[in-house]
Design a protein around this ligand. Structure first.
Ligand code: PFF
Length: 446
């Protein structure tokens, strides 16, 4: 059977919003705020910005270059430019996709639940206990399954009708909600302490290599790098796209949302005196403290809370779609699956893989550590080496559609030296966490 022509984004804005949709998600709000809280506030934010510029942006451009050039999903794209041995890296990407989807969907399920319950019944003052009841067990499983059905449904619609259209509506909505919430948070008495925490770095933390590692992992997680999501989206691009410009827009928008989310979360935490609770369940911080704050605010809190959780659902959905698309497009390209069948199969497998994450918060946390601090960084390291050293003339490929750009030499040098050095170092220092996370997963599995 002749393969149908590869789909393409219908407009430039369609691609950019879909890529921003992939980048902006639970990572910007849930993960960014729990890591910032855990790592001393402003110091972490600074390192995160540095990592985004030094390693995130170069790897983002590398993914876009490989994807657009090969017009294939990751496994085939890497084989095309590097020979069949590089397929292994593509398989690693797909494996990371499975892992992240499995727990991401559980957290996304919590957000759907909070948004709906907030709408129907308002928020509960005893948010900690509530969270304990719904974070794991049959309820968590139910919301996780519902979220998977939503995601699979949208991906089934295809690149233009499903992904692009959803992003065109949902992304502007999310921006508007988050900015509105930040403005509201600024009006709260006592918000200043939150800003101080968020903006004043402590130098001890700046020198802590663990904070650096978390910052690098967060840069990758937040930009959807190191597992071929951006590569896959770029495979639906035409050759006249200006890739460096798109990279800058994507990274800028992703950072902007994380930054503004911080302007929502920290002033609210401090204004309601909830900063102490953050340390208790890092994974659940956002889901415990904020509903508590919304409950204390009374009627207005309910409205604010609904908007907040709706924006989380939106972000989670457009990100999960991109994770999903990596695997679906791989099944379509490599195994001749039809889109609908690939989506159904993947949705079912991920629904099952999510069961351990929906049953035990420690497993969920371990999966997140393993994915964010290890797999994405290994994937990014592999991709930097690939484009820096293996691919023939990536600069020419990157320059297509981008006349008059002077930074390509620097880009290639970053990929060859700086990115591998930073990621190598960070992975080395993360080795104990890796083993710990693996042990936790193995313990839960058997
Ligand atoms: N970037 C997404 C977020 O910040 O929530 C998460 C993510 C999506 C990670 C896609 C990796 C990925 F491939």
């Amino acid at each position: 059977m002749a393969r149908a022509a590869r789909e393409q984004w219908s407009t430039r804005a369609g691609f950019v919003l879909a890529a921003v949709g992939s980048a902006v998600g639970l990572g910007n709000m849930w993960r960014f705020s729990y890591l910032t809280a855990e790592n001393g506030g402003a110091a972490f934010v600074l390192l995160y910005v540095a990592m985004t510029l030094l390693v995130g942006l170069p790897v983002l451009l590398a993914e876009l270059v490989v994807g657009r050039g090969a017009r294939q999903s990751p496994i085939g794209a890497l084989a095309r430019y590097g020979g069949s041995r590089w397929r292994a890296l593509g398989f690693l990407f797909v494996a990371a996709g499975f892992l992240i989807l499995a727990y991401y969907s559980v957290i996304a399920g919590w957000t759907v639940r909070y948004a709906l319950v907030g709408l129907l019944m308002g928020f509960d003052g005893d948010a900690g206990e509530r969270f304990g009841q719904l974070a794991t067990g049959p309820r968590a499983l139910f919301w996780h399954l519902l979220f998977m059905v939503l995601t699979a449904g949208l991906v089934m619609g295809g690149v233009r009708r499903g992904i692009e259209r959803a992003s065109l509506v949902l992304m502007p909505l999310l921006f508007a909600i988050v900015v509105g919430l930040a403005v509201y948070a600024a009006t709260l008495p006592g918000a200043e302490a939150g800003y101080r925490y968020y903006f004043q770095p402590s130098f001890e933390e700046l020198l802590d290599v663990r904070v650096l590692r978390d910052a690098a992992g967060q840069a990758f997680f937040s930009l959807s790098l190191g597992m071929g999501a951006m590569l896959t989206y770029a495979s639906y691009l035409s050759r006249d796209t200006h890739l460096p410009a798109e990279s800058a827009v994507i990274a800028g928008a992703d950072f902007a949302v994380a930054f503004v989310a911080g302007l929502v979360v920290f002033p609210m935490l401090f204004a309601f005196g909830l900063e102490g609770e953050v340390g208790e369940s890092t994974v659940g911080a956002l889901f415990i403290t904020l509903p508590h704050a919304f409950a204390e605010m009374g009627g207005a809190g309910r409205v604010v809370g609904i908007f907040f959780f709706v924006s989380l659902v939106v972000g989670a959905l457009t990100s999960a779609i991109s994770l999903f698309e990596v695997v679906v497009s791989s099944l379509m390209d490599a195994a001749d699956f039809e889109r609908a069948h690939a989506s159904l199969l993947l949705g079912t497998v991920v629904a099952l893989l999510g069961v351990p994450a929906a049953s035990d918060l420690d497993v969920l946390g371990a999966m997140d550590t393993l994915a964010g601090n290890v797999l994405l960084l290994v994937g990014g390291l592999g991709l930097a080496l690939f484009v820096g050293w293996r691919m023939d003339d990536p600069v020419a490929e990157a320059a297509a559609g981008a006349s008059g750009i002077r930074w390509f030499g620097l880009w290639r040098r970053l990929l060859r030296y700086a990115v591998p050095a930073v990621l190598g170092l960070v992975l080395w220092f993360a080795r104990e966490d890796t083993l710990g996370a693996l042990a936790a997963l193995a313990g839960a599995g058997g």
